[in-house]
Ligand binder design. Sequence first.
Ligand SMILES: [Zn+2]
Length: 119
Amino acid sequence: MDTVLGINDEITTCDCCGRINLKSTVVISFDGGLTIGGHFGCVCASKIMKTSANSMVKMSATLTLEARIEKIAARWLSEGHTPSVTARGLWNKFGFPIDETETGIRFKSETGEWKEVAA
Ligand SMILES: [Zn+2]
């Protein structure tokens, strides 16, 4: 099963058509998430995932946002903010529903899995 694993903004070449200097690539697994199958631009990724280029662009924007949230959450938690302050701060900043957990925060990702960030 083809699965979108996330977004990579360091790898900017599409493995499918070879386009370079993309803003970011969509990381897709061809075996249900076990291994990375490749990095693709939004258009090629949308063909692989059998969806429209438009919805792939939207999904990629959401995944980029999620990666930012994870980074900021990790920093705030490491700076000693409590999970509850961190969750509320992220909600205010991004308007993204975020739960606090005993050790950090978690949110439901676009790919359907819970992403947890622990202190
Ligand atoms: Zn491509």
